[in-house]
Design a protein. Sequence first.
Length: 96
Amino acid sequence: MKPKSHSIFCMKPGMDYGARIYQSIHMTGGAIMGSGPSNSVVNRHSQSRDLHNLFVYGASLFPQNIGYNPAGLPAALTHFSAEKMRDYLKIPPCTR
C-alpha cells in the first residue's frame, strides 16, 4: 500500500532545536562508551572514567542512533555491566 503523502524534515543552520519533532526517536549520546579517556566518558563496562562508582546505562552510551528501536543492545550492555559491577563491589574500597 502506498502512502498518500510523506514529508522530510532537515535542520538548517540557524534553526532552533526542539525535541518535540523527535518524540518518536531514541535520543543518544552524552556518556559515550569507548576505548579510552580521549574518546569516551565510560569504559566497556559502562563505568565512568572519572567517578569509578558511577555506572551509566541506556542510549546515552552511543555516539549516534544505531537504528530503529535499539532497546536490545542497551539491555544487553546493562546485563553485561551488571556482572562487572557485582565483581567491582566485592573489592574493598581501599583498593579501588
